[in-house]
Design a binder for this molecule. Structure first.
Ligand code: NA7
Length: 288
């Protein structure tokens, strides 16, 4: 018997993840703040619950993936929140990117209710979510991870158990800080080269053979050169992750001068963008 999955948050990432679980034959109960996003999943065979609490009540394994710390607090502790519904003996996996502190707070509340908890943020964008090829950064104990593995195998292809609760979120923030800086740095070099009259393609060609080569740029550089930014990982969420990294750095007494500069650039583009672009739209900074 496959465990019943409760799934909260059917955005760019959560929608395809929940769909993959249904396709893999798990009984899945879903909830999303905007109910219309659950329609296609219900057609595929998922059950729709009235609120987060009702999802948790039915779940052997609860998964959440919502935008940010405020959204997670809302689905867990807001009206009819999921925490109240979590059953003793169940497992809860949060794949939102939030602060390590919030992850540890959730872990504590879960432990008091006899619930196992993993902070398990992901990377891989909506393509990784659709293909079931996400990379997981996990905080929690090995026993909970072993229990989660048959479910996570449907959603991801690489799993890193990084330490106690909070470790998954900590590594995710470090990783995304690096991604944000790489893409920002490429946009900056691109602006310099093209303003000097050399085509962008020349920079890309040389980069591919140099030490500046980077997997991120294989995917994002072509978008930046074309000036087209369909969201795989939205800029508003990368902006949030850099903010969370800066907050963590402040707590730990670490200075992040490059992070602070990148945050200002991402903020300026976020404020002036009327659409909901991918984070590679940071390149717009040099177009305005
Ligand atoms: P999306 O596509 O912006 O989806 C965000 C999800 O979070 C979506 O289901 C939202 O519901 C939900 N959300 C946002 N705020 C709330 C509140 N206040 N209450 C309940 N639900 C909420 O993001 P992604 O799927 O790309 O990313 C999700 C996470 O993974 C994020 O932490 C990334 O950094 C990594 P809606 O549909 O808007 O009603």
């Amino acid at each position: 018997m496959k465990p019943t999955i409760g799934f909260i948050g059917l955005g760019l990432m959560g929608g395809p993840m929940a769909s993959n679980l249904v396709k893999a034959g798990f009984p899945v109960t879903v909830w999303n703040r905007t109910a219309s996003k659950a329609e296609s999943l219900v057609k595929q065979g998922a059950k729709l619950a009235a609120n987060p609490r009702a999802v948790a009540l039915q779940a052997d394994v609860l998964i959440t993936i919502v935008s940010d710390p405020a959204a997670l607090e809302e689905v867990l502790w807001g009206a009819n929140g999921a925490i109240e519904g979590l059953r003793r003996g169940s497992l809860y996996i949060d794949s939102s990117t939030v602060s390590p502190d919030l992850a540890r707070r959730v872990a504590k509340v879960c432990a008091n209710r006899g619930v196992e908890f993993l902070d398990a943020p992901v990377t891989g964008g909506n393509w990784g979510a659709e293909k079931g090829e996400l990379l997981y950064m996990i905080g929690g104990d090995a026993k909970a991870f072993d229990r989660a593995k048959p479910v996570l195998d449907v959603l991801g292809k690489k799993f890193f158990l990084l330490g106690p609760n909070g470790a998954g979120q900590t590594v995710k923030l470090g990783m995304n800080l690096l991604l944000a800086l790489q893409v920002d740095a490429f946009a900056e070099a691109l602006a310099l080269v093209t303003a000097s009259g050399v085509p962008a393609e020349k920079l890309m060609e040389v980069m591919q053979s140099s030490m500046a080569r980077s997997g991120v740029l294989d995917v994002k550089a072509p978008m930046m050169v074309k000036g087209e930014f369909p969201a795989s990982f939205p800029l508003r969420l990368m902006h949030k992750d850099v903010r969370l990294a800066l907050e963590l750095a402040r707590d730990k007494g670490v200075t992040l001068p490059c992070g602070a500069a990148a945050y200002a650039t991402y903020s300026a583009v976020l404020d002036s963008s009327k659409d909901d672009p991918d984070f590679s739209a940071v390149a717009r900074f040099w177009k305005t």
